[in-house]
Design a protein around this ligand. Sequence first.
Ligand code: FE
Length: 197
Amino acid sequence: MEARVKALETILVDKGLVDPAALDAIIDTYETKIGPRNGARVVAKAWADPAYAARLKADATAAIAELGFTGRQGEHMVAVFNDAETHHLVVCTLCSCYPWSVLGLPPVWYKSAPYRSRAVLDPRGVLAEFGLVLDPAVQVRIWDSTAEIRYLVIPQRPAGTEGWSEEALADLVTRDAMIGTGVALVPDSLRAGVALP
Ligand code: FE
């Protein structure tokens, strides 16, 4: 595979169709500048602002663009909201389609054949391997990303975070929670029943 990619790259560069420096700049941007914190800000705003959540539900691409997160691999976004009855999980069964503009580059496991097939065949088994065991009554819905549509899971807001700032809320939102292989973090202080400032 590496040799095939190298051969293809050589031809494209020789024909002047791609500029290696431009490719490096794009990769660096998504590797080091754009990452899951963008998505966490979207989720935190949706938790804190019901009007924003409604816009996100109606047109995720536009609502995400309000925060300045646009660009490659995020042109057509759909936000799916977890609730007490439904847990959403995102996969690309065909390859590795992923919402770069809000989550950065996909983790290696997201691109692996076992995840891509088993997320569909045995989602509860896959979730359990990520340490997430759902109540059997909760329905799991799988969303198959494509070149046209990328999904962002909006996890449930942890109880006891009423009145938190968007910044503090964003710290509870992990990359995996936005793929659906995890849920939002519950702060230790909440687990311990300690009052928060
Ligand atoms: Fe794909």
